[in-house]
Design a protein around this ligand. Structure first.
Ligand SMILES: Nc1ncnc2c1ncn2[C@@H]1O[C@H](COP(=O)(O)OP(=O)(O)O)[C@@H](O)[C@H]1O
Ligand SMILES: O=C(OP(=O)(O)O)[C@H](O)COP(=O)(O)O
Length: 411
């Protein structure tokens, strides 16, 4: 058991939304093809469709949905028209769409909505206030919240993947309306609780990908909170730890790590090792050399590291198979190239076949999941950074706002 505290969050069982007017924040922010503007992966839309259906069937509210998509100025900042079509397809309900957020057209559409009907507002980040982060108190006074809140009886936050943002649609409404976490948010928290509050061991963290700075922060907290028995490193994180241990990776990989801004993190990596972080590093890699792939042991690395090697994959898989808790975040290799997916696929296979409770987070890793192999022991989180920050011991603003809301409205 760790000493992390999870705030008490109000759920839909504690507020009344039956046939009420409800604003529900969801996160259907999905990868978009930068040239065509098309949705590349709709997993988040499919997952949210489940909970939307659940809520409508159970409570029949006049349900208004809000989500962001991308960030202003980025190619993935698009309107939500196509998202509404997909939500209709996956829920089987006619989900109305309004190309407005807080203006007269949106407010009229919200007023007209009847119990049992569903409306999706346009991209919430079309309102400039939505991209500013501030305290819940401050956000509750934004024009965004003041325009919309009077039209609703309750607020529901089902956007776990945005729980680390202190934006009006996440933290402003809970201070002015009776609020609760939605079913998906609750499910995500239950899965995280299982990891942070469990006594079961061994607990294995399989950390890879490229977000090395964030991962070091996570590891530091894992050590402080005594949460991990082993941390199996892959991706660029593994390369950093090997360099920190004084193992040469060859010029090409060192140049790559330098370009990615990873070398300045060496002192921090040495610090977490000295703190006693149970970090394991690969003993071999799949490399790309003169257009050819080769499996090489550390100590004789030549070429660009692209994936963990066969021996490492085998040994890591054994650890995963014997674990009681497994948390996986970030792919083991350059999965965009199918020649370098083997490590990631095999580690996921070990997780499907283990008896452990498995928590999988992050977009790239989730895109490698074989959905036919999932079972009740595996939780695929919609969260990326939210999950990571939570596991690293930080208080997520969405949780804090819901906790404040419970004190204000539920006593
Ligand atoms: N050895 C490696 N060299 C370069 N990139 C890597 C390596 N291993 C993994 N990656 C990259 O990591 C990226 C995904 O990492 P990240 O964004 O942290 O994952 P997620 O989307 O799950 O949060 C992929 O684009 C993949 O190519
Ligand atoms: O995709 C998201 O987070 P993620 O990149 O951590 O998975 C959320 O929708 C938050 O988006 P943001 O990082 O633009 O605030």
């Amino acid at each position: 058991m760790t000493n992390m505290r999870i705030p008490r969050i109000p759920t839909l069982r504690e507020i009344n939304i039956r046939e009420k007017r409800v604003f529900m924040r969801i996160d259907i922010n999905v990868p978009i093809d930068p040239d065509k503007g098309e949705i590349l992966d709709d997993r988040r839309i499919r997952v949210h469709s489940q909970t939307i259906k659940e809520i409508v069937e159970k409570y029949s509210p006049a349900l208004v949905l809000g989500s962001h998509q991308g960030r202003p100025g980025e190619p993935d900042f698009i309107t939500l028209e196509r998202h509404a079509e997909l939500l209709s397809k996956y829920t089987g309900y006619d989900i109305k769409f309004v190309n407005d957020v807080i203006g007269p057209t949106a407010r009229e559409a919200i007023r007209k909505l009847k119990p049992g009907e569903i409306l999706l507002l346009d991209n919430l980040r079309l309102v400039s206030e939505e991209v500013i982060e501030a305290t819940p108190e401050k956000q509750s006074y934004t024009i965004f919240v003041r325009r919309l809140a009077p039209l609703f009886d309750a607020y529901v936050n089902d956007a776990f993947a945005t729980a680390h943002r202190s934006q009006p649609s996440i933290v402003g409404f809970p201070l002015v309306l009776p609020s609760a976490a939605g079913p998906l948010f609750e499910k995500e928290i239950m899965a995280l609780k299982r990891v942070v509050e469990s006594f079961e061991s061994p607990r294995i963290f399989v950390l890879g990908g490229t977000k090395v700075r964030d991962l070091l922060r996570v590891i530091e907290n894992l050590v402080r909170n005594k949460m991990a028995d082993r941390i199996l490193t892959t991706g660029l994180l593994a390369q950093l730890f090997l360099v920190a241990k004084g193992i040469g990776l060859g010029k090409e990989n060192m140049r790559f790590l330098e370009e990615k801004g990873i070398l300045p993190l060496i002192p921090k990596a040495r610090y977490v090792l000295l703190m006693g972080a149970p970090v394991e590093t690969p003993i071999d890699f799949k490399v790309l050399i003169d257009g050819e792939t080769r499996n090489v042991s550390i100590g004789e690395i030549n070429g660009k590291i692209m994936d963990i090697g066969e021996q490492t994959t085998r040994i890591y898989s054994e650890f995963i198979k014997d674990a009681k808790i497994v948390v996986m975040r970030g792919p083991a290799g350059v999965i965009e190239d199918e020649r370098f997916r083997n490590g990631t696929i095999k580690l996921l296979d070990a997780a499907y076949n283990s008896k452990a409770f498995v928590l999988i987070g992050g977009g790239h890793l989730s895109s490698m999941i074989d959905e036919s192999k999932l079972n009740e022991h595996i939780h695929v989180s919609t969260g990326g950074n939210a999950l990571l920050l939570f596991l690293s011991g930080e208080t997520l603003p969405a949780l804090k706002a819901l906790e404040l809301s419970a004190k204000m409205f539920l006593g």
